[in-house]
Structures are given as C-alpha cells and as structure tokens.
Design a protein around this ligand. Structure first.
Ligand code: UD1
Length: 427
C-alpha cells in the first residue's frame, strides 16, 4: 500500500494538459463489446478503473493492448457472458456489461457492483429499465441473470441516472425497432458514448438532451447473426472532473495555471463557483487559465445536481477549498446520500465543518495543518491531497489506492505544477 507525503504551502503554477475522462472511457470500453471489431481508444487515461475494465474485457474473450494512451481492444471474439463477482466488486462501472453483453449476445450474468462507498447506490433504475424494454432479469442471491432482446418502444427513467442512461442505450442495440429513452441524464460523457456508438455504425441520437433514440443495427441478435464487424478509432472527451480537481488545487494554494485540452463549456457550473470565490478565469477554445485572488471568498450556497448543475464529483474538492475561503459556505449534496466522507479527516487538519443532513457548513478561512489522514473514496481522497497541498507542514495520505482509481499519476501532475508531493511505500 502506497501513501502520499506532501509538504504544503507551495502555490501551484504552470501548465497542465487534461487527460481523457474516466467516466467516458469506462462505458465506451463496455460498449466496444457490443460491436465486434478492433477498437482503438485514444486519450485513454492510465487509471486503475480502466485496468479493471481491461481485465473484465479480457475475461469475456476480448484482447487488449496499450501503447501509451491508446488502448486497443479486439472484441472479435466474445465467448463468455458472465462477469465474475470478484470483477464486479472492484468497480461499479462493471454494471455496463449488462447492456453491452445483451446487445452482443442476448444474455449477461453480472453481480451486484462495487465502487465508492458514498451511499446506497442501488441499480434499480437499470433493472427496471431493462425489464420495461422487454429483457428478463432474474436475481439469484448476488447474481443477476439477464436475457432476451429489446422490444423497442418507450422507456422513461424515474431519475436521470448517468449509468442507467448509458446501460439502456447499449441494451437497446439488441432491437431492430426504435427505442426511445426519456428523462435521460445530460452529462457530456453520454454524448461521448453516443459518438463512439455512432462510430461503430449504430443509429443513436439525442444524447445531451433528455430524450435518446436508439435503433439496433440490421442483423442484430434478433436476426441471430449478431452485430456487424467494424473497426473503429475514437478519442475520449476530456475529463472535466480531473480539470476541476487540479484547478481547485491551484486555488487552494494561491497559485495560477493554464489548463490545456479542456473546454469551458463542459464545466461552466464549476467555473462560476470558482469565480464567485474570487478566481480570475480566462478561456479560449480548449484552454482555461485560472489565477487565485489575494484571498478566497465563500461561494455562498452550492448545491450538487445532475449536469449542467454543480457536479457531485467536485463536491469534496470544493469542501476543502471552502476551508480556505473567508466567510460561511454551505454545500448541499443532493445526488448521493453520504458523500462527506473526508470531513472527519479535514477536521483533524484544522477545518471547521459541520454536517447537518445533506448540508456541510464550512466556517472559513481556517488555516490547515499537516496530519496523517486516510482516503475513504476517490474524490474524497483527492480532496485530502488538496488539503495537504494547502496546509502548513507535512501531510501523509494513506489508502491512496482509492485515488489511483481515477487520477493518472496524480503526484506527477501536481509536481509538474510545483507541488511538493511524493509517492512512497507505507511503513
Ligand atoms: C456516474 C459517475 C459518477 C458520478 C455520478 C453522478 C460514471 C462511471 N460514474 O455514476 O462519477 O458521481 O454519475 O454524476 O460515470 N440511483 C438509483 N438507482 C439506480 C441508479 C442510480 O437510486 O439504479 C441513484 C444513485 O444512488 C445516486 C443517483 O441516482 O444517488 C445518481 O446516480 P447515477 O447518476 O446513476 O450515477 P452513476 O452512474 O453511478
């Protein structure tokens, strides 16, 4: 088990190129199963969740190889339609294999997925959606067996779940009829999945709006032959959450930096909050320049919401940032049940945060001091790194395997901006 050793108090300055999006590449890799062929996925982040997805694809019969940030996946042979409970427990995105295996093979056996412990995270919307589309879904203890084909027609999500939208888009490929999915999530990663599916030759439209229409390919499993073979090449959309995390690190340390490969349109709600805190922001094409004010101000009340609202995946980082901001800040978590996992660790470092139900009330600014703390989940872990970078003295962060799931070489990226952070083996 590795940990991070951080010497805080150095303003982060310089330039950083944002990587491909974790939340985009995972459903896209699953979708590659739905289309037999060789898929070259470019700008693929080198993160543990991708490596787990690679293992899952290999276990199904696909072969994969990396050349720097290009992951090539050959899904010509898919022999297995069972995703083991071990694989499923390692990552929530394994749930996408339900949709893509149904599209490709007409059957899928999965297990209850793992992932960050930030609330109950049921998959009832996925299951109910599949049933409404005509699939048979049965539970045997932890095992979920799905089979059949999509009958087309309309399905309406009770909540715009990102994962359920993506899973149902893939499952709908098993029908030659048109399927209309309503009340879809609007996240940019869904439009990216649509882009990949179109590259595969599938007829998908509407991503980015609440209504997505999918028409399965001619010769889909209804015809018994399975989808047609097609080789593709695709570039993953940039990671707006990674960008926001690094920007928050710059602001937490009083620095300034230029970010490349990130379009402001993907993260307007976050940039607006940073501006309310006093950040000076300039944007041009896919470049964002951010500079800290002399003193950060409270952003007032920030409420997390589905896109285009303030992303729940940036909430923990904002919590850290608010400890350095003058005044009273309130962050209301409306997407997940228990996502203030790092509050206790921040309090050890000197933060003044009170949790009242869905609200975190932060009294700032409080100077943080170095401590030994533990990451409990991906974004909460990143938020502790931000705290360590802004704190006075030395911070040690344990359990950084949570952070490795979603940030490629986080320590190296921060070092590139002048941060003093080192990865070491735990004692
Ligand atoms: C995706 C992102 C995750 C992000 C989240 C919200 C990926 C790989 N992960 O997760 O980083 O935090 O969107 O932006 O893209 N829910 C149900 N039943 C369901 C599905 C969801 O009750 O069947 C609830 C969840 O418990 C949660 C809310 O809906 O409270 C949002 O979940 P969802 O949008 O599905 O998030 P994920 O797809 O899991």
């Amino acid at each position: 088990m590795d940990c991070y050793h951080i010497e805080g108090g150095v303003p982060l300055c310089g330039e950083y190129r944002v990587k491909g999006a974790k939340n985009s590449v995972l459903p896209i890799l699953a979708a590659a199963v739905a289309c037999p062929g060789i898929h070259e996925i470019n700008d693929c982040p080198l993160i543990d969740d991708v490596f787990v997805m690679e293992e899952i694809l290999n276990s199904l019969g696909a072969s994969t190889s990396f050349d720097r940030h290009c992951l090539t996946v050959d899904t010509g042979n898919i022999e297995n339609t069972v995703v083991s409970s071990l694989m499923m427990s390692r990552m929530r995105s394994s749930v996408f294999l339900m949709g893509s295996l149904l599209a490709r093979c007409g059957e899928a056996t999965v297990h209850r997925p793992g992932g960050c412990r930030i609330g109950r995270r049921p998959i009832d919307i996925h299951i109910e959606g599949l049933r409404q589309m005509g699939f048979k879904v049965e539970f045997f203890d932890d095992e979920i067996r799905c089979s059949g084909r999509c009958r087309g027609g309309r399905v309406r999500l009770p909540y715009p779940s990102v994962g359920a939208t993506e899973n149902l888009m893939m499952a709908a490929l098993s029908s030659q009829e048109e399927t209309v999915i309503e009340n879809c999530a609007l996240e940019p990663e869904i439009a990216d999945l649509q882009g990949f599916m179109r590259n595969c030759g599938f007829d998908v439209a509407g991503a980015g709006t609440g209504t997505i229409t999918v028409r399965g390919p001619a010769g889909s499993i209804t015809g018994g032959k399975g989808p047609a073979r097609r080789d593709t090449m695709y570039f993953i959309v940039e990671d707006r959450i990674e960008a926001a995390t690094y920007m928050a690190a710059v602001l937490a340390t009083g620095g300034r930096a230029v970010f490349r490969n990130i379009r402001a349109g993907l993260m307007e709600s976050v940039l607006q909050v940073f501006e309310r805190m006093g950040a000076k922001i300039r944007t041009f094409a896919d470049i964002i320049e951010i500079a800290s004010p002399a003193e950060l101000q409270s952003p007032g009340i920030v409420v997390t919401a589905p896109f285009p609202g303030f992303p729940t995946d940036c909430q923990p980082q904002l919590l850290t940032l608010c400890t350095a901001a003058r005044g009273l800040s309130t962050i209301r978590e409306e997407v997940f049940e228990s996502r203030f996992t790092h509050k206790k660790e921040l309090a050890k470092m000197g933060a003044n945060i009170e949790i009242c139900g869905k609200n975190a009330i932060i009294r700032g600014s409080t100077p943080l001091h170095g401590e030994t703390v533990s990451a409990a989940d991906l974004r909460g872990g990143a938020a502790l790194v931000l705290a360590g970078l802004s704190a006075e003295g030395k911070t040690i962060i344990r359990d950084i395997h949570h952070i490795d799931r979603g940030y490629e070489n986080f320590d190296k990226g921060l070092t590139q901006l002048g941060g003093v952070i080192e990865r070491r083996k735990s004692d």
